[in-house]
Design a protein around this ligand. Structure first.
Ligand code: TXA
Ligand code: MG
Length: 322
């Protein structure tokens, strides 16, 4: 049976006890909800892969609440990493680093690197601290499905499969963390909550691996974060000429003037990309359950968080979209 808890210090204690006992807890972070277990408990980690129907070759992100945890998990960090950590942690930046032998192979899918982040969320941080272990947690959705930005989304996909779900309301960033591989030439494996521009301000030019190239981070597999209905990226809602009365539109700033859609959602009336990112997955979840047969989405500018938004939309549509 799954227990759903609102935040209280007692709820954190009980969730932490569950983690210590080898259980599975879904919890909010500032990006999306995660479904976590002790990073040192291989049996619990295997359960996470099974619950999500996630392929075993797709490694997990480990969540920490202190720099001491980082020492336990990695072989150490260089000056560049220290600067990034100083600037962006806690926050939506995941660093891929060389892993220490303390970490079970199942967490990193056999890789000798580990993805680590310190989330900027009271519940996540308290849960890690209270559990006394780093928490390995992928996003709390079924593999390849829409990411969860509210407890309802977790309940819809994983309800009854996990031990505890902590309901912390809507997440504030709304797209997953940026994954930056620091084991060689700094390379962005997945655009996310920290923009490329902000990272480059700190460490200079970085390489960006888009999903079109070979996926070294399976979060880059095409057809990921996908709704159950077809999705197509378009220039703007007014330019559509096909029949749209069974379709939904996700407009960037304002609803179209002429074309009628069954349902129209707006990402950000002021054209704010942070607001758009924050609303993206909840809008996709709503449209998925609204009975539309097709989703059209207007392109957003590919700067700042717009890069992460377009990355998720392209994956949601599979490779068909440009
Ligand atoms: O914001 C986030 O990052 C959320 C919250 C819960 O923290 N987590 C998340 O986890 O998005 P997940 O499992 O959905 O995505 C993790 C991505 C996967 O694409 C995985 O391949 C990549 O991180 N990853 C994990 N370890 C890696 C490693 N050692 N090298 C390269 N990629 C890695
Ligand atoms: Mg995910």
């Amino acid at each position: 049976m799954t227990v759903i808890l609102k935040y209280t210090p007692e709820a954190i204690k009980s969730a932490a006890q569950t983690i210590k006992n080898g259980g599975i807890v879904a919890f909010p972070t500032e990006t999306v909800y995660g479904v976590g277990a002790s990073a040192f408990d291989p049996d619990a980690i295997i359960r996470i892969y099974e619950i999500k129907k996630r392929p075993r070759f797709d490694p997990l992100i480990v969540h920490i609440s202190s720099l001491a945890d980082l020492e336990e998990l990695t072989l150490g960090i260089d000056k560049q990493c220290a600067t990034l950590i100083e600037k962006f942690w806690p926050g939506p930046l995941t660093l891929v680093l060389n892993k220490s032998s303390n970490v079970p192979d199942i967490v990193t899918a056999g890789l000798n690197t580990i993805a680590v982040r310190m989330p900027d969320h009271k519940i996540a941080l308290e849960l890690v601290t209270e559990s006394g272990v780093p928490i390995a947690a992928p996003s709390a959705n079924m593999f390849g499905s829409l990411s969860p930005t509210a407890a309802e989304h977790v309940i819809k996909q994983l309800g009854e499969k996990v031990d505890i779900i902590i309901d912390g309301g809507k997440t504030k960033i709304g797209v997953e963390s940026t994954i930056l591989d620091m084991t060689g030439e700094p390379t962005i494996l997945r655009p996310g909550g920290v923009s490329v521009e902000d990272i480059e301000k700190i460490i200079g030019k970085v390489k960006i691996l888009t999903y079109k190239k070979r996926p070294s981070s399976p979060g880059q597999l095409p057809k990921h974060y996908a709704p159950r209905i077809p999705l197509k990226i378009i220039e703007n809602g007014d330019s559509i000429s096909v029949n749209t009365h069974n379709a939904g539109l996700i407009a960037f700033k304002k609803p179209p003037k002429k074309v009628n859609f069954k349902k129209v959602e707006v990402l950000s009336p002021t054209g704010d990309l942070k607001e758009a990112a924050c609303n993206l997955f909840s809008i996709l979840h709503r449209l998925e359950s609204s009975g539309v047969e097709m989703i059209y989405v207007e392109k957003v500018p590919e700067v700042g968080l717009g890069v992460a938004i377009m990355d998720r939309l392209r994956k949601a549509g599979g490779l068909k979209n440009g």
